[in-house]
Design a binder for this molecule. Structure first.
Ligand code: 5GP
Ligand code: ZN
Length: 113
């Protein structure tokens, strides 16, 4: 996708604070962190939403969650963490390339805003 910021970051064309870079998945620090620790786990291949990814590449969707959960465990430890996948307009998604937010380091509230 020519104008997709996360495709550009995955391709190394736009800089980001990279936590992990593998063939199929990357993890970066969020530019505008909403918690003391706020990472994004992103598949290298472009899919707009988690629903699209799950339909097209179910094994990669599972891997995305597994990598995010491991990162959350690494960063949140016994205190815990939160994974978020905003999806579509009502879901609050602002970047149209699926990604998992990994938030840790503060008390999260419920319900979400
Ligand atoms: P969404 O609103 O789609 O769930 O999440 C998009 C996230 O991507 C936001 O938390 C936003 O701060 C982050 N973001 C947007 N553009 C960039 C960027 O160029 N670099 C990084 N590292 N994060 C970005
Ligand atoms: Zn993309």
């Amino acid at each position: 996708m020519d104008d997709c910021i996360f495709c550009k970051i995955a391709a190394g064309e736009v800089p980001a604070k990279t936590i992990l870079r593998e063939v199929d998945v990357i993890a970066i620090e969020d530019l505008n962190p909403q918690a003391p620790s706020h990472a994004l786990v992103i598949p290298v291949s472009h899919h707009a939403t988690i629903a699209d990814l799950t339909r097209a590449e179910p094994a990669l969707a599972a891997r995305l969650i597994a990598v995010a959960a491991q990162l959350g465990a690494d960063r949140g430890g016994a205190q815990g963490f939160r994974l978020v996948v905003n999806t579509g307009e009502l879901g609050g998604q602002t970047v149209g390339h699926v990604h998992v937010h990994v938030l840790a380091g503060r008390q999260m509230s419920w319900p979400p805003g």
